[in-house]
Design a protein around this ligand. Structure first.
Ligand code: CP
Ligand code: NVA
Length: 301
């Protein structure tokens, strides 16, 4: 039987995803009340990184150790991948030795090829197009603090990037309305928008998107690989900052998120970043719990 991969949120059913969120919350509870009983004993996660990371690396590695397994960090700088060994060959060899793999890379097509040749589950730990693991943590955080996200209104303020596109998939899978506010020329993939037009709308007006919303989300204006566009993007995105003015027109119970790393004073105000009640730190921590639930699910398939 071919391995079950997690390249986008569409690789799991809505039921599986909702079950995974519940399981993540249970695993968090278990961890905070004495830890787990080594269910991943002798299991090894290979972690292929073509891009930088703090949260993703530490959460995957810690998660494996806490569940009794281990993880191997494989930077393309230090492996033959960085010297041009084909993706297909690397996927075959790595998957013959480890139990599960996660890959952070550039074009989404790279991870699709990697998964095609891997005999063990492959997890997307971020591509230029999607960041589904972050969405698991975001939804877990919302559920923990506000209950089910089904039927709620979520506003995306900023770049139509990998996080935004994962929010589009999340809107479909978790059944919420998504309003995206981004400057002209920085919209998410047009086909993805069209495929989800029953629940996803697009505007250039952040206030229109934020009004009466339940969850407001943003991310950096220049993603990894776009560093040279940073100065130009700061100009283009003026007026798209997630701040207390936008929160004031959202629902009174609204919360906000940011996957981090953040640029205080650009896409999010310092005031929101440093607010004592912010969920952003819990959102980051939940990467650990949500990914444990994900690995458990994929290893059981
Ligand atoms: N949010 C996130 O994926 O962070 P890292 O880039 O630090 O892994
Ligand atoms: N959109 C950002 C997310 C970082 C976690 C990037 O791709 O760099």
């Amino acid at each position: 039987m071919p391995a079950k991969h997690f390249l986008t949120l569409l690789d799991l059913s809505s039921n599986e995803l909702n079950g995974l969120i519940d399981r993540a919350i249970a695993l968090k509870n278990e961890q905070q009340n004495g830890g787990h009983k080594d269910p991943f004993k002798n299991k090894v996660l290979g972690m292929v990184f073509d891009k930088a990371s703090t949260r993703t690396r530490v959460s995957f590695e810690t998660g494996m150790v806490q569940l009794g397994g281990s993880a191997i960090f494989l930077s393309s700088r230090d492996t033959q991948l960085g010297r041009g060994e084909p993706i297909e060959d690397s996927a075959r060899v790595l998957s013959s030795m480890v139990d599960i793999l996660m890959v952070r890379t550039h074009e989404h097509e790279i991870i699709e090829r990697f998964a095609q040749y891997s005999t063990v589950p492959v997890i997307n730990a971020l591509t230029n197009d999607y960041h589904p693991c972050q969405l698991l943590a975001d939804i877990q955080t919302y559920v923990e603090n506000r209950g089910s996200i089904q039927g709620k209104t979520v506003s995306w303020i900023g770049d139509g990037n990998n996080m935004c596109q994962s929010y589009i998939n999340a809107a479909k899978q978790f059944d919420f309305e998504l309003r995206i506010a981004c400057p002209k020329g920085f919209e998410p993939n047009a086909e993805l928008l069209t495929a989800n037009k029953d629940r996803v709308s697009l505007t250039q007006n952040p206030r229109e998107a934020a009004k009466d919303s339940d969850l407001l989300v943003t991310d950096v204006w220049a993603s990894m690989g776009q560093e040279e566009e940073q100065a130009e993007r700061v100009k283009e995105f003026t007026g798209y900052q997630l701040n207390s003015d936008l929160m004031a027109i959202a629902n009174s119970s609204a919360v906000y998120m940011h996957c981090l790393p953040a640029h205080r004073g650009e896409e999010i105000s310092a005031e929101l970043m440093d607010a004592p009640q912010t969920l952003i730190w819990s959102e980051a921590e939940n990467r650990l719990h949500a990914q444990k639930a994900l690995i458990e699910l994929l290893l059981s398939c």
